[in-house]
Structure formats: C-alpha cells, structure tokens
Design a protein around this ligand. Sequence first.
Ligand code: HEC
Length: 179
Amino acid sequence: MASQEANKIAGAVLMAGLIAMASGFIARSLVRPVELKELAFAVEKPDAPAAGSQAAAVPAEVPPIAPLLARADLAAGEASAKKCAACHTFDKGGPNRVGPNLWDVVGRKPGAQAGFAFSKPMAAVAENWDYERLNKYLANPKTAIPGNKMAFAGIPKPEERAALIAWLRSKADAPKPMP
Ligand code: HEC
C-alpha cells in the first residue's frame, strides 16, 4: 500500500516535470523573442563640444587661412606681432633672440635660419613655410610641430592669425604672392 502511494507521488512529480517541459516548449514556440539589432531608442552622443568650452577654443582642425588673408588688416597684424617681440626680431638682418629672426620667413625652410640652434623637430620639417603651415603653427605651436621649442600658447582667433601672417609676409624685400 505504501509503495503504491510512493508510485503515485513519483508519477505526480514526473507528470509535473513533463507538463513544465511541455509548457516551456509551447511558450517558446508561441512567443519568439526577437533579437534587436539596434537599441530601440538611440542614446545621443555629444560629438561637438558645447560652445564656449575649453576644447572649442582650440579646434583640432585649423580652418584654411587663405580666405581671410585677402582682407587681413596689416596694422592689426603689426600690433599682434608685439606678442612675438620678446623672442623674435622682424627687421632685415635683425638678431636672433630666444627665437630666430623672422625677416622673410614666408617661403623659407623651417629651422634653417643661420646662427640659430633649432630643435630637431623644427629642423626636420621638410616643406617650406607657406601660409597654411604658418597658420597651423601659430594656431597651436605645440601640436603643429610636436617637440618644437617655441614656448608660445598660440593665437586662437583666425582673424588675428590672418592679420599677423599678412604682416609677416610684408616683412620681406619681395613679399611672396598671396595664396
Ligand atoms: C617665448 C619665446 C617665443 C615667442 C613669444 C614666440 N616665439 Fe616663435 N619661436 C621661438 C623659438 C624658440 C623658436 C624655435 C623653435 C624650434 O627650434 O623648435 C621659434 C620659431 C618660430 C618660427 C619658425 C622660424 C623658422 O625659421 O623656421 C616662426 C615662424 C615663429 N617662431 C613665429 C612666431 C610668431 C609669429 C610669434 C608671435 C605670435 C612667435 N613666434 C612667438 C620662440 C618664441
């Protein structure tokens, strides 16, 4: 009698297991989970820094200076060059100071001014100083030529750089053609 009871219990347990398995199988075949390829709602990633933030002041990509050069203000350029005067002279035959003399710098080979001990990275620049190269260098000397030794933060404003570069161009016997 006792074994009959045990059989009933075992049968009930087995049956319950079978029902659980079967219902799981049926449930899965009724409700097919669909795997999403993308998130149902996109999470917006800010890729442009907010206006006025530190990062916005020094763009990684320096926009071309050529369009601004034509209407550059030479007087403003001369005023801006005062920022350089602690280290550079600009007159013909002027001495090298902390930095090299910059007479006729547009078009000349970087790191080649006689009598000045340039850093290796500066001397290694193969292409001559053209307007865009000066633009990038003066925007951010550190990142434009990594390892160069000009301790100057750079001029973030494109209009000021254009004025300064136009004025630098004028400091030559035969100024190079405008771009
Ligand atoms: C604190 C000193 C300092 C200031 C300020 C400074 N420079 Fe320089 N500059 C240097 C030094 C030092 C070098 C040489 C860099 C090297 O050899 O790595 C240099 C190199 C240069 C060169 C490359 C010259 C060449 O013959 O290849 C240019 C162009 C230049 N500076 C422009 C400027 C301008 C324009 C300003 C002002 C907006 C300025 N610098 C401000 C110290 C300075």
